[in-house]
Write a protein that binds this ligand. Structure first.
Ligand SMILES: [Zn+2]
Ligand SMILES: [Zn+2]
Length: 400
């Protein structure tokens, strides 16, 4: 066991410079969701050079699959590269480091397998585009990309180390109210004010927050509110996102929002078009269920590899991700790790940190931990059985 972790550590450290270079290239060339052509090409070339069998444009244009297989049978360990960036602020979510961590963990686990020729197993590294909107992993799930994977491991850079990161179910959508334009002074009684409908809906959604559960979230912005004050607004719109700890709770919140926008339309005499963004191109993310056994193994290995900051933040709900959808298909984890900043994700300060040497060092540490967890699963069939049992229990508890 300790021998395998030594092999993993050495394999990752030997590649430290090229991993940092790989990540830096992606950082310097930020691409938005579904446009990650440069990252796709850079990563696939790197992985091919490192001995993986690579399938480019795997089921989605900017997705890929890189596989290393030894022997016949054995478990299939799934690892994840994300690599999309944000508008204006670049790699403020640090997905360049997620790309680096997936590649590093795959290299570490491959080395451990090669050092133990009698062990059979598969390492499957999936390049999953479009996490920041688009739901690339959902497209890949629907296309069967996770069907033969036994466990799936990924990490996310952050300002803290959280082991069983909770991610909320998430959906977004738009509401458009249509009224009737009229001169605001000469004949306001002839108008139907769509802005009033938006304001009513916004206010009702705001007051609803008093009576919802602590971990439910309602966020609304007004995207259209009329064109000139002397015209009664005939069209007004809002955009919303809703979050809750489970898909089931999110469905309740969705129903409340639908009632509110209908009431706002009725109160003002407007027509309403409510668009729930549930198609595959738009985010509809499930909650994350971190697998208990995988989290515990990860924690132990991560600490043993000596992270620069080993403070563990208590588990709590963080953001939302399409990794949540993966966690409902396959036993999964997505711990966060501190890259040496107090800044939160999606800030310019975070972008700066995601290409600093300390961030790459922290990434190598978590990558080794993922590879070591993968090794445990490959070599301990009792562990895999326990992981599957607790996965089934966690799924069942969602429907209670
Ligand atoms: Zn993000
Ligand atoms: Zn992210």
């Amino acid at each position: 066991m300790s021998q395998a972790t030594d092999v993993i550590s050495k394999a990752v450290e030997d590649k430290a410079d090229s991993l940092q270079e790989l990540s830096g290239k992606i950082w310097s060339h930020p691409e938005l969701f579904f446009e990650e052509k440069f990252a796709h090409d850079t990563l696939t070339e790197f992985l091919e050079k490192n001995g993986f069998e690579v399938e480019r444009k795997y089921k989605v244009d900017t997705a890929f699959k890189a596989v290393f297989r030894q022997g016949s049978g054995g478990a299939n360990i799934g690892l994840i590269c994300e690599y999309d960036a944000l508008p204006d602020i670049g790699h403020a979510c640090g997905h360049n480091l997620i790309a680096e961590s997936g590649a590093a963990a795959a290299i570490g686990l491959k080395a451990a397998l090669e050092a133990s020729p009698a062990t059979s197993g598969t390492v499957t590294l999936l390049g999953t585009p479009a996490e920041e909107g688009g739901g690339g992993k959902i497209l890949l799930i629907n296309a069967g990309a996770f069907a033969d994977i036994d466990v799936c491991l990924m990490v996310h850079p952050a300002a803290m180390n959280m082991m069983a990161t909770g991610c909320l179910s998430y959906m977004a959508g738009n509401v458009v109210f249509t009224g009737k334009a009229a001169h605001a002074s000469a004949a306001p009684w002839d108008g139907i004010n769509a802005l009033d409908a938006v304001v009513n809906a916004y206010t009702a959604l705001s007051t609803l927050r008093q009576q919802i559960h602590t971990n439910w979230r309602i966020n609304v912005i007004i995207t259209e509110g009329g064109v000139k004050p002397n015209i009664i607004p005939e069209k007004a719109a809002l955009a919303f996102s809703l979050r809750a700890p489970t898909d089931k709770e999110l469905a309740v919140l969705k129903g409340k929002l639908a009632d509110i926008v209908k009431a706002a339309a009725l109160a003002t005499g407007c027509e309403v078009d409510l668009q729930f963004a549930v198609d595959d191109r738009i985010a509809y993310y499930s909650n994350m269920i971190p697998n208990k056994q995988l989290v515990e193994r990860y924690r132990q290995h991560w600490l043993s590899f000596g992270p620069a900051d080993s403070t563990i933040t208590p588990d709590h709900f963080w953001a939302s991700t399409d990794m949540g959808n993966v966690s409902l298909e396959v036993p999964s984890i997505q711990p966060t790790f501190n890259i040496g900043t107090a800044a939160d994700v999606h800030t310019r300060d975070f972008t700066e940190t995601t290409n600093q040497p300390k961030a790459h060092a922290a990434t190598r540490c978590v990558s080794k931990a993922m590879a070591a967890v993968g090794w445990d699963v490959l070599t301990d069939s009792a562990l895999l059985k326990e992981i599957r049992e607790s996965f089934q229990q966690q799924l069942a508890s969602l429907n209670e």
